[in-house]
Design a protein around this ligand. Structure first.
Ligand SMILES: Cc1cc2nc3c(=O)[nH]c(=O)nc-3n(C[C@H](O)[C@H](O)[C@H](O)COP(=O)(O)OP(=O)(O)OC[C@H]3O[C@@H](n4cnc5c(N)ncnc54)[C@H](O)[C@@H]3O)c2cc1C
Length: 268
């Protein structure tokens, strides 16, 4: 069985889909008539004018006060930690005219749980309905293709299969399916043995059924976080590492952020 294509070898994963380098000249150079291989096919999401290194831009209303460049200890917002969450927040905030202090206790981005995780971008069918995870997992999953078109970390929508090998497992597949419906997950399918085998010929012979989600994907979390950080950098963000926040105190309307490198003031 041929191995799946590898990101960066004769092509890239782009917006969740494989894009052969021979087909994608126009996508990355701006030559529209040669833009045959664009995975998105949508002009609005085509990143011809962007590069993986271009900063995020914000086309909404600007806040009234511009940041004051002369005071290196005063900030509007403080982000503590540079895992996938901190990096995503930093990138989002870089769209605004805010002065952001970004602290990381380790020596680089993605040195915590983000570095060690499995990189699965879940579809959202196993989260308990009503929880925040259930509320945001599917929505977040659906944002990844566009995020990848903007940042180009090589998102791959390979889909996921939850496999049943015993008759009693069917009940669990059904439960996951119903949970997925409650969580708003689209395109979920319950597959029989034959359908699973035709999709994955080398699957364990004991498999009798599966729950299939074509929208589950995977990333290299270190890379996606580093690219988000790179995109945010320089937009009035002070990136401090290895600086730990020890505690914070309130002084009138200002939060005082106590760190291993001194005290910062945060007014946001
Ligand atoms: C084994 C494993 C597998 C996983 N697999 C998946 C998966 O496949 N898919 C999925 O979606 N999720 C998975 N997860 C969960 C996912 O990794 C976490 O939800 C996610 O990484 C959390 O990101 P974070 O940015 O909040 O935390 P982290 O990545 O841990 O980042 C927190 C950062 O904050 C820094 N920090 C902490 N305290 C301070 C301080 N006082 N001052 C300054 N900096 C500080 C830390 O050094 C760290 O860099 C997995 C988790 C594990 C452990």
């Amino acid at each position: 069985m041929p191995l799946p294509p590898q990101h960066g070898v004769k092509g890239v994963y782009y917006g969740g889909k494989w894009l052969d380098l021979e087909d994608c000249y126009g996508t990355f150079t701006g030559v529209e008539e040669e833009c045959s291989g664009c995975a998105s096919k949508s002009k609005s999401s085509c990143p011809r004018s962007r590069s993986a290194n271009s900063p995020a831009t914000w086309d909404g209303p600007k806040p009234k006060d511009s940041p004051k460049d002369d005071d290196s200890y005063h900030y509007d917002v403080c982000i503590v930690g540079a895992g996938c969450i901190g990096a995503a927040i930093a990138r989002e905030l870089s769209r605004y005219q805010l002065r952001v202090l970004w602290l990381e206790a380790a020596d680089d981005v993605s040195q915590g749980a983000t570095k060690g995780n499995s990189g699965i971008v879940h579809a959202g069918y196993d989260d308990t309905p009503g929880t925040n995870r259930a509320k945001y997992c599917w929505k977040g999953n659906q944002m990844f293709p566009q995020l990848d078109r903007e940042l180009r970390f090589g998102y791959q929508t390979n889909g996921s299969l939850v496999l049943a090998t015993k008759e009693e497992d069917r009940k669990e597949l059904q439960e996951l399916y119903e949970r997925g419906q409650k969580n708003g997950v689209e395109r979920l399918e319950l597959l029989n043995q034959e359908q699973v085998r035709s999709m994955e010929p080398y699957v364990n012979k004991n498999v009798i059924a599966a729950l299939y989600s074509p929208d589950a994907g995977n990333v290299i979390p270190y890379v996606s976080s580093a690219y988000a950080m790179q995109d945010a950098k320089g937009q009035n963000q002070a990136w401090k590492r290895p600086y730990s926040m020890t505690h914070s105190t309130q002084l009138y309307s200002t939060q005082r952020i106590h760190t291993t490198a001194g005290i910062y003031h945060c007014t946001g």
